[in-house]
Design a protein around this ligand. Sequence first.
Ligand SMILES: C[S@@+](CC[C@H](N)C(=O)[O-])C[C@H]1O[C@@H](n2cnc3c(N)ncnc32)[C@H](O)[C@@H]1O
Length: 269
Amino acid sequence: MSRVDFSKIATKYEDYSLVQKSVADTLLELLEIGNSDDVLDLGCGVGNLTREIREITKGTIIGIDPSEGMIREAIEKGRGLDSITFEIKAAEEMDYKDCFDVIFCNSSFQWFREPQEAVENCYTALRKGGRIGIQAPGKRVYSPNFIEAVEKAKEYPRTKGIFTHFKEPWFFLETADEYRGLFEKYRFRIVLSKIGSIRTKHTPEEVFNIFSSGAVAGYLSQDFYDVEINTDYTDSFKEIVKDAFVQQANNHGEMELIFNRIFLVAVKE
Ligand SMILES: C[S@@+](CC[C@H](N)C(=O)[O-])C[C@H]1O[C@@H](n2cnc3c(N)ncnc32)[C@H](O)[C@@H]1O
C-alpha cells in the first residue's frame, strides 16, 4: 500500500497554487515520493528534475525521452550521479510492467502523439498502489498571452502565408473532467484533477524566453508544416511574437503571464 495520504492532496494543491511556486515543485510535492520509491521520469528532457528526484529516493530511477539530444544532455549532466538510467524512448513505446511506485510527468504530456496508448502503458508500468502525477499545459488556449502573440503572425505579410500551413502538434483537453475521464478509462483512480490558471509577473523578455524554451519547438518546427519554412520566416515569426509581448506589458514594463495547467494525480489500485 502507498504511504501517501491522498486526501491531503487536493488541499495541498490549493496551498501551492496560492504561492509563486514552480509548477514542477508543486507536482513533486503532490506526489510525496518516498525514500525508497522506484520512479520513472516520463519525458525527462535534459534530466534536471530527474536529478532532483535522485535526492529524494534511493530507489531505481529511469528517465525516458524520445529526443536523442535531450537524452545525450541528460546523460552528460548526470555523469557521476548514482544510478540514474536515461533512455531514448517515447511514452507510447514503453513496455515496463509492474516496476515503478511513481511516474512523474512534468510538462511533457501535451507532446504525446498517442496519449491513450501512453496512459495505458503507464498503468501497466506501475505497481499496485503506485501513482502517476501529470503537470502540463491544458486547454486549447493554454496561455492567452501566447495565443494572442502568435495570432499576430497570421496578420503580417512576412509570415501569414506560411503560418496558415501550421498544424498544432499538441494534445489538449478543455476540462479537468476530460483529463479525469482519460485516466479513468484505463482504470486509474483519480486523486486530483484540476486545471489551474497560474499567473506570474515578468518582463516581456522573460516571457519571450519562456516561449522560446517550449512552445517555439512546436511553432517553428518543420515537422508541423506541409510547406517548407526558412530562416526568414522563423526570424520574422520570433520578432512578431517578441513585439507582441512588449505590447502586452504595462507602463512599468511588466506583464502578467497566464498559463492554464492541468495537475492530475492518479493511483493504480
Ligand atoms: C518541455 S520538455 C519537459 C522536460 C522535463 N520534463 C521538464 O519538466 O523539464 C517536454 C519533453 O517531452 C518530450 N516528449 C515529446 N514527446 C514525447 C513522448 N511521446 N513521450 C515522452 N516524452 C515526450 C520532449 O522530447 C521534451 O523533452
